[in-house]
Design a protein around this ligand. Sequence first.
Ligand code: PAF
Length: 278
Amino acid sequence: MELIVARNREDLVKVRHEGTVALVPTMGALHEGHRSLIRQARVRADQVVVSIFVNPLQFGPNEDFSRYPRTFEADLDVCRAEGVDVVFHPSAEDMYTPDRQVSVSAGEMGRVVEGAFRPGHFDGVLTVVLKLFNLVRPDLAVFGQKDAQQLALIRRMVADLDLPIEILGAPTVREPDGLALSSRNRYLSDDDRRVALALSRALRTGAAELAPAEIRRAARAVLDAAGPELTVDYLALVDPATFAEVSDDYVGLAVLAVAAKVGGTRLIDNVTLTLNPA
Ligand code: PAF
């Protein structure tokens, strides 16, 4: 089947849905991590739709919206190779009318951890994801665990707003040395990349411990050892459902999440671990 490219909402309306439809929302610059999301969608659905849209609403005024990598032709090659059925690639004008008023609020959960450093970011993410759900009308949608707070908030939105969509989380794909794949990795120089390895190393070191205080201490020591080239925004050990910091006696699954800047590039990473097992 030939790949259908829908460049606006009118094109998308003309696409006939066939059986179970899966949506993989992306901002393009597709890499192996996106391929794994597409493959997960392919296994579950008859029709796979990939959206490629760099969403202005989720970037702050001093963030990298204008320089965010846009590699549309290469992205289409990835989609063809992965057997995607439809690519939805709208313009910002098509997605957002100048007089729009209503948007989604991520609530308190959108203001903590990553949200504390990127005010409004999760409101922008949820607004575009809800619009994509309404435009594509998928049965299921696949998101990466790499953006753990985004995934948790999308699950909350689906539950809180009664959206009839199943959300699947896909494991983070890493380079052999541990660096989590990200479209922003292409900004890193060789030196930056070496420094950036401290993020995954800190998470691995923390995850080898069992108690919250030890996990935080062990992970923080690795980040501190990376030197002044690494500016840490946060290291957080949180409940995966709420992103609230866990207490020392917390038992069960938790997310250890980190965000840091290397050179001009901001990176995030996380691991899921079990705290205080019996
Ligand atoms: O994870 C992303 O690439 C984006 O935040 C998403 C979900 C496509 C919304 O713009």
